[in-house]
Design a protein around this ligand. Structure first.
Ligand SMILES: *[C@@H]1O[C@H](CO)[C@@H](O)[C@H](O)[C@H]1NC(C)=O
Ligand SMILES: *[C@@H]1O[C@H](CO)[C@@H](O)[C@H](O)[C@H]1NC(C)=O
Ligand SMILES: *[C@@H]1O[C@H](CO)[C@@H](O)[C@H](O)[C@H]1NC(C)=O
Ligand SMILES: *[C@@H]1O[C@H](CO)[C@@H](O)[C@H](O)[C@H]1NC(C)=O
Ligand SMILES: *[C@@H]1O[C@H](CO)[C@@H](O)[C@H](O)[C@H]1NC(C)=O
Ligand SMILES: *[C@@H]1O[C@H](CO)[C@@H](O)[C@H](O)[C@H]1NC(C)=O
Ligand SMILES: *[C@@H]1O[C@H](CO)[C@@H](O)[C@H](O)[C@H]1NC(C)=O
Ligand SMILES: *[C@@H]1O[C@H](CO)[C@@H](O)[C@H](O)[C@H]1NC(C)=O
Ligand SMILES: *[C@@H]1O[C@H](CO)[C@@H](O)[C@H](O)[C@H]1NC(C)=O
Ligand SMILES: *[C@@H]1O[C@H](CO)[C@@H](O)[C@H](O)[C@H]1NC(C)=O
Ligand SMILES: *[C@@H]1O[C@H](CO)[C@@H](O)[C@H](O)[C@H]1NC(C)=O
Ligand SMILES: *[C@@H]1O[C@H](CO)[C@@H](O)[C@H](O)[C@H]1NC(C)=O
Length: 838
């Protein structure tokens, strides 16, 4: 609807657009001709992982929306008895009995399914929500609110990580630019004018009305201090902001009557300055290191005040220009020094991003917009994941006190998708993800393993996680669909194994990676049991659920494939991880070999979603759970008959070839539809489908899904939106991150292998669409700690260089193009291989 109105408007008033001055000539950014009004559609994101902000590009008044990464309601801050949504120890025996009964019922049920597992679930308790931290208001005092502005433009410069707004008024030029610096751990906004009269601007913090009113005071004459509680009772937070000016004066005034709801409030006013800047920092009394039994799972840290004062002092010891330079150097290092992609795009500096998006068509595409969206994904991950916590459902951008799905960590596709491209596009952003799992999931998850599953080794968690160690099965309507997913940690271990496989960082593997993987495997090896329904000698999980889809059954393909890959990763990495426990390794190897592999071809040629052949051909569910081994996994993509056949169940011992498995997976993918179904219409389901089609080397289906996602599920600000036709939609960052991943999967593939002695197959341009006939990539990563540079012309690679990192573990590598091996080599630490004949 909105697009039609806009088009009609254009017919009446033809306008000539030009990108605002300062917009990168490469076209690497987003630009607009109007101030934003709807947060999820129009505001532009900046962030450094610790802090985040959204700017509408205001003129007379700029209302920057603020986030602090650990600002959450709920948890032990709200309820001292909070226990991660788990059963009580006193319930352990009855729970174990209930679990046994449920398993028996599944095995004995005529169709292998049961109705409920509610007896295993727990009320979510003080689960809480990621919360916004209010707004920073920058208000010009000597301009009429309805003043005449000309030459308005705003943009997000992805080359430098800066949001900028430009306008003129009364013949004078104004600009405001903002960025969040990772090295300075601070965000900065600078307003400047060409006017001789100078600026008069007032700064204030405003709070959300559904949070307790904070106190805002003058910390000193140029520094505002906000102290508040996210909820009462709840976590404490603080924002501290220093104002500086070029010329003029700065004064802080504080009063009980300044307006707003605060008990005390304060504002800082700059007068007659040629420019003014505000540098802000923020923190909470949350501490991820206090989430274990030693700290009584309190997650309670120190009052952030002292650290913030020091941080702010450090940041403001540098001039604005120094901070800006430091930030730009960091952005370049994080995003561009070691990686570059060129899709042969031509920058369009005459069409604003929202118009480009509204003109975008499925299948026709627009390489320029696709390239921008790719870069945007990397920018958003670097801007949200480099703090202490990983990127959540909305990255770190959320404005409300309570956000959709709590702005939490869903680990049945969403959190995984956030990180799919981290390794392949050479990003150093995963430390917070690994720390978060180790420090908030594992400690309480060991309790869950014990109290819910009666397993005393390892740990488990389910689909939905907060930052307070929520590891239980969250009760709710149809809870099994959402809650019954103890394999979430096995899926997350893809990222742990892949980080090692892509970097060969042995020191990390020994100290963090392998111990994490092992502790997850220890749980799952005990949670498998003999299949007493099919009685085929295989080990299965029961109860299980395909993510977010009934029925509750046994041996869900998703669960079995995930656990198989988990065990396989343990086998491949144990020795390098320093494993000395031979009994444990034997147990894993036996289980891996005897388990049901989650690979069954069903009655209509489909890859079965469950061991009981009950898939409906018309099931267009949003998740592609049973295809997890196709992408991002390899249990299907690189099906290894010698290791994955046997124990197929159903009383039939079938031996599949890889092609048979892939054919079945393709039948399932086709029947799953295009990612707009009666159940959902989100972006992540479309980009996942795009990645899967790329895995099948099907360029036209790949591009269809990729362009369909872009056309339908991305807002004017290119945020991925869950409900695209809502005027004020929900953002969900996953498709922003799934988009570059799918795109990468069309350019380069190295699916994992089931045995490290098997050659690594690097496939070049498996699904290149005709719209990207020529291009190049620099610094892509493939498995085996190898980096890859490639140029292609007329749809064919022309030059490819593979460089093995220092210290890499030698592998046999086959480089393939169009099914033909173009080169074979043994990778050696520090050595390069160039191929120029295709
Ligand atoms: C530890 O936390 C529990 C709630 O989980 C609480 O009942 C108990 O008092 C706490 N103990 C200490 C020593 O703080
Ligand atoms: C299994 O059988 C039960 C009892 O007849 C029925 O209610 C249920 O819908 C069936 N489930 C499936 C997935 O067919
Ligand atoms: C503000 O508005 C008044 C009249 O309403 C006008 O005289 C004045 O020039 C305006 N100031 C600016 C800076 O536009
Ligand atoms: C805005 O511009 C119009 C026409 O150019 C003029 O009539 C009006 O006075 C201006 N308003 C302000 C507040 O400057
Ligand atoms: C703030 O500035 C005023 C006026 O310049 C001065 O009197 C006062 O001491 C300053 N206060 C602080 C806390 O620096
Ligand atoms: C705000 O200040 C009042 C009065 O000093 C105090 O009672 C209250 O606890 C403060 N609120 C917060 C959130 O610190
Ligand atoms: C604002 O930015 C300009 C341009 O980079 C710079 O010269 C000026 O010092 C900055 N102002 C402040 C107060 O930091
Ligand atoms: C403080 O006062 C300003 C100016 O009136 C207002 O905009 C802001 O919302 C107030 N802040 C709080 C936290 O109440
Ligand atoms: C105000 O406090 C901040 C934070 O400690 C400090 O950086 C700044 O120098 C102080 N300014 C004044 C005028 O005292
Ligand atoms: C990755 O980033 C971290 C900071 O988050 C830094 O300590 C580390 O040295 C970086 N590693 C590489 C390989 O650049
Ligand atoms: C799929 O087909 C079955 C059997 O014909 C029917 O019961 C079911 O409602 C259909 N489901 C959808 C989503 O159309
Ligand atoms: C997506 O699938 C729906 C349902 O089959 C169909 O109506 C629609 O045309 C398809 N759209 C695209 C772009 O594939």
């Amino acid at each position: 609807m909105r697009q039609l109105v806009k088009a009609a408007h254009l017919l009446l008033l033809p306008v000539v657009w030009a990108a605002p001055s300062g917009f990168p000539s490469s076209g690497n950014g987003l630009w607009y001709t109007e101030t934003g009004s709807i947060w999820s559609r129009h505001f532009l994101p900046i962030g450094n992982g610790f802090l985040a902000a959204m700017t509408p590009g205001g003129t007379t008044q700029e209302m920057t929306q603020l986030n602090i990464e650990s600002l959450w309601s709920g948890g032990p801050f709200a309820d001292p008895t909070y226990n991660g949504g788990n059963k009580l120890l006193s319930e352990k025996d009855s729970t174990a009995a209930a679990m046994q009964t449920i398993r028996q019922e599944i095995f004995e049920s005529p169709n292998g399914t049961i109705e409920g597992i509610d007896v295993l679930t727990t009320d979510q308790g003080a689960y809480g929500s990621y919360s916004g931290a209010g707004y920073l208001l920058s208000t010009l005092n000597d301009f009429n609110a309805s003043g005449n502005f000309t030459d308005y433009g705003r943009f997000l410069d992805l080359d430098h990580g800066i949001a900028k707004t430009l306008w003129s008024s009364g013949g004078e030029e104004f600009s405001r630019e903002a960025f969040c610096s990772f090295p300075a751990k601070a965000c900065i906004s600078n307003t400047s004018t060409s006017s001789k009269k100078g600026l008069s601007q007032t700064y204030a913090f405003s709070a959300l009305t559904d949070m307790p009113a904070p106190n805002v005071t003058c910390f000193n004459n140029s520094t505002l201090r906000l102290v508040g509680l996210v909820a009462d009772p709840g976590m404490a937070y603080e924002l501290l902001a220093t104002v500086r000016s070029s010329g003029g004066s700065i004064a802080c005034s504080s009063s009980a009557n300044l307006g707003g709801g605060a008990l005390t409030n304060a504002t800082i006013t700059v007068d007659s300055a040629s420019s003014a800047s505000i540098t802000w920092v923020g923190g909470t009394n949350y501490d991820m290191n206090a989430g274990d039994a030693t700290h009584n799972f309190s997650f309670l840290g120190v009052d952030p005040h002292e650290a913030l004062v020091a941080q702010l002092k450090e940041a403001t010891s540098k001039t604005y220009s120094e901070l800006l330079t430091e930030h730009q150097t960091d952005v370049k290092a994080a995003l561009y020094d070691n990686f570059a992609l060129d899709l042969g795009q031509k920058p369009d500096l005459e069409t604003p991003t929202d118009v480009l998006r509204s003109q975008y068509e499925v299948d026709t595409g627009n390489p320029y917009l696709e390239w921008v969206l790719f870069n945007y994904g990397r920018y958003l991950l670097a801007s949200s994941a480099r703090g202490d916590l990983p990127a959540n459902l909305q990255g770190k951008w959320a404005f409300d006190a309570s956000n959709p799905w709590s702005g939490d960590y869903h680990a049945n596709i969403n959190l995984q998708m956030n990180y799919w491209f981290a390794e392949t596009t050479n990003m150093n952003v995963s430390a917070s993800l690994f720390n978060y799992m180790q420090k908030t999931w594992a400690p309480r998850g060991a309790y869950t393993a014990n109290v819910l599953y009666n397993i005393s080794q390892g740990w488990v968690t389910h689909d939905e996680m907060n930052i307070f160690g929520h590891t239980g099965m969250k009760a709710g309507e149809g809870s099994a669909e959402w809650a019954d997913f103890p394999e979430s940690n096995a899926w997350m271990m893809f990222h742990v194994w892949d980080h090692f496989d892509f970097t060969n960082d042995l020191e990390w593997w020994k100290s963090q990676g392998y111990p994490l993987l092992k502790s997850v495997a220890q749980f799952h090896v005990k949670n498998l049991r003999p299949d007493s329904r099919f009685n085929d000698g295989s080990l299965v999980v029961a109860p299980c659920n395909s993510p977010e889809q009934p029925p509750i059954t046994l041996a869900c393909a998703n669960s079995q494939q995930l656990i198989w890959q988990l065990f396989n990763a343990v086998e491949k990495g144990a020795k390098l991880g320093g494993e000395t426990d031979a009994a444990f390794l034997d147990e894993i190897t036996n289980a891996r070999s005897n388990m049901d592999k989650g690979v069954h071809v069903g009655s209509w040629g489909q890859l079965q979603e469950w061991k009981v052949d009950m898939d409906q051909p018309n099931d267009t569910h949003r998740h592609l759970s049973h295809l997890v081994g196709l992408y991002p996994g390899y249990a299907l993509a690189n099906f290894e008959p010698s290791l994955q056949n046997g124990a197929h169940g159903g009383g039939v011992d079938v031996d599949y070839t890889r092609q048979q498995v892939l054919d079945a997976a393709q039948v399932s993918l086709i029947h799953r539809g295009n990612g707009t179904g009666p159940d959902a219409d989100s972006g992540w389901e479309k980009v996942w489908r795009a990645a899967c089609w790329a895995q099948f080397a099907n360029a036209s289906e790949f591009y269809h899904e990729l362009t369909y996602a872009l056309q339908r599920n991305f807002a004017e600000n290119l945020f991925s939106i869950y409900d695209p036709f809502d005027a004020d939609p929900i953002i969900q960052i996953d498709a922003n991150f799934g988009f570059p991943s799918a795109l990468m999967n069309a350019l380069i593939q190295t699916p994992d292998v089931a045995d490290s002695s098997l050659p690594l197959e690097v496939t070049l341009l498996p699904a290149l669409p005709p719209t990207w006939p020529s291009g190049s990539i620099r610094g892509a990563r493939v498995r085996g700690a190898i980096s890859l540079d490639m140029t292609w012309t007329d749809g064919k690679p022309t030059k490819v260089a593979l460089k093995t990192s220092e210290g890499a573990i030698p592998r046999t590598v086959n480089v393939l193009y169009k099914g033909q091996v173009k080169a074979t080599f043994n990778s050696k630490s520090g050595e390069s291989k160039t191929i120029s004949s295709f």
